[in-house]
Structures are given as C-alpha cells and as structure tokens.
Design a binder for this molecule. Structure first.
Ligand code: SF4
Ligand code: SF4
Length: 104
C-alpha cells in the first residue's frame, strides 16, 4: 500500500511532511510534497488525514477494496469523513466523530 500525491492540488502547506513517521515526504523546489521512497510507506494514513486539499490519495489493498480504489479524508469540526472511491468511481463515505473516538 502506498499513497499518491497530486502535484496540481498540492498547495505546498507542508503539513503532511510534519506528520510522516517514516520521514518519507519531501519538498520539491516549489515547496510541494513528493514521496521519496513509496515502497517504504506502510499506509498509516497520517499524511492523508493532514491534507485538507485532497492532494493525497491512499491506495486500498485488495483486502480493503482493491482494484484501484482510493481513499482520502475530509474534516468538519469533530467529524472525520473517510471517502472511499471505488474502481468504478463510486464514493462511499464513513464518518467518525473524533470526540467519541475513545468511547467504548
Ligand atoms: S498536506 Fe497536502 S497540500 Fe499540504 S503539502 Fe502535503 S500534499 Fe501538499
Ligand atoms: S501513509 Fe504514513 S508512512 Fe505513508 S507517506 Fe503517509 S504518513 Fe508516511
């Protein structure tokens, strides 16, 4: 699993680079992010959650949808929307209330 960064959508905010635990994300000459070692990405999704510009897509493995499905996130206050785009372009949205994330 890995991510892909859309250079056109990247605003060079740099937030994703601050959260990658593997220090895999780098800035190019224009401050935009690229992933230097995509094979080393273990899919923690930290960068996906941090990007507010839909510039980072996470590729879902076969066991999670596969066939080219991708995932990005959108935040609204305490709500985190996980937006899955399947191989036919159809969206499925899973919404998590972060204020209740630790409730059992
Ligand atoms: S968080 Fe998104 S917009 Fe900001 S630098 Fe990273 S990819 Fe670009
Ligand atoms: S998914 Fe995690 S490991 Fe992979 S590039 Fe993003 S922050 Fe780094």
């Amino acid at each position: 699993m890995s991510i892909a960064i859309d250079r056109e959508k990247c605003t060079a905010c740099g937030l994703c680079r601050q959260v990658c635990p593997g220090s895999l994300l780098y800035s190019d000459g224009q401050g935009k992010t690229f992933i230097k070692y995509p094979k080393d990405c273990w899919g923690c999704t930290s960068c996906v959650k941090e990007c507010h510009f839909k510039a980072i897509k996470y590729f879902l493995g076969a066991d999670m949808g596969g066939k080219g499905s991708t995932l990005y996130t959108k935040e609204e206050g305490n709500l985190m929307h996980w937006i899955i785009v399947d191989f036919e372009g159809k969206e499925k949205i899973i919404t998590i209330d972060k204020s209740k994330a630790n409730a059992y």
